[in-house]
Design a protein around this ligand. Sequence first.
Ligand code: ZN
Length: 148
Amino acid sequence: MSELRDLYQQVILDHYRRPRNFRIPPQPTQQAVGHNPLCGDRVTVYLQLDGDTIRDIAFQGSGCAISMASASMMTENLKGKTVAEAQALFQRFHELVTSDQAVQGPDLGKLAVLAGVREFPVRVKCATLAWHTLRAALSGSGDTVTTE
Ligand code: ZN
């Protein structure tokens, strides 16, 4: 488990222990469920859209520290952003955790601490689960997404 210890930085642990926006919003307009069978992570992402602005975003679920911290930081980052901005950030985050060519920018904020997962392909699925679930919620499909 030593590979994980290197990943579990302070910010990740903080968001795992005290996840932000870990609740069900009163009036979600969209939601989706995500499942990462490889690790057992489960997350439900709730959105309250106002036009194309993300008025509220929250999540529920259980899983490893990386999956929960990623979901927590994602909700913190996306509240108040537009759907287009959220889609762009999805791309940026996906590059961050999969490509060592990725450029870190201020738009990613705390999410940059997850860059280390690119060394561990299995963990990439943990880090991106909430984001794939977000995309499913935005598309309104209502399907359960799985990383497999
Ligand atoms: Zn996981």
